[in-house]
Design a protein around this ligand. Sequence first.
Ligand SMILES: Nc1nc2c(c(=O)[nH]1)N[C@H]1C(S)=C(S)[C@@H](COP(=O)(O)O)O[C@H]1N2
Ligand SMILES: [Mo]
Length: 197
Amino acid sequence: MTNDVTGLYQEFGDERLPPGQRETSAFPVLSKSGTPDWDPETWEFTVTGAVEEELAFSWDEFRDLPGETQRQDFHCVTGWSKFDCEFAGVSFLELADRAGVDDDAVHVMFSALDGYTTDLPLEDCLREEVLFAWEYDGDALSEDHGGPLRVVTPHRYAYKGVKWVDGIEFLTEPEHGYWERRGYSQTANPWQEERYS
Ligand SMILES: Nc1nc2c(c(=O)[nH]1)N[C@H]1C(S)=C(S)[C@@H](COP(=O)(O)O)O[C@H]1N2
Ligand SMILES: [Mo]
């Protein structure tokens, strides 16, 4: 069963297409550097920081987590949006629930195999549509689009969706990720055109 969350724009604006965006049917690849190698034998995903219990998963363990399928939109800060992407994976809420988020956690840092990082306020992560996705349109997520595992953030510009994600850290104070250190917005709400800080 596919959960259609494409209506979430109504929380933020009147139009499904955010201002200054144009719709595309292509799915361009945008990476700061190349596609990193990964090894299913040694791959590890960690949940660390301000939590009751830090967690670590092998690839097999991660794939045993309860998955779900969602239909979502994808908004790139460079100006293109792609509607109706079908992603399957495990929700941020599920991982947060298993780790037990401390009361003083306010922010989250995501890390990746290529050294990319991004940060989001905790409240922007504790939402059903924030998925750690392993499938796109019914197939295993391609390596260029972040396979084996990426984050999707349909309520935020897509630079918040870390490809090749291998960990999240709960923080008691905000810190900046890769693009945020270079002037991009920490909150990145497409309907407010929060592109730069
Ligand atoms: N690990 C990692 N994640 C990343 C990036 C990156 O360079 N490395 N680029 C970001 C940017 S700027 C965008 S727009 C989206 C692009 O995702 P796509 O290549 O699947 O279209 O991934 C985001 N996640
Ligand atoms: Mo981007």
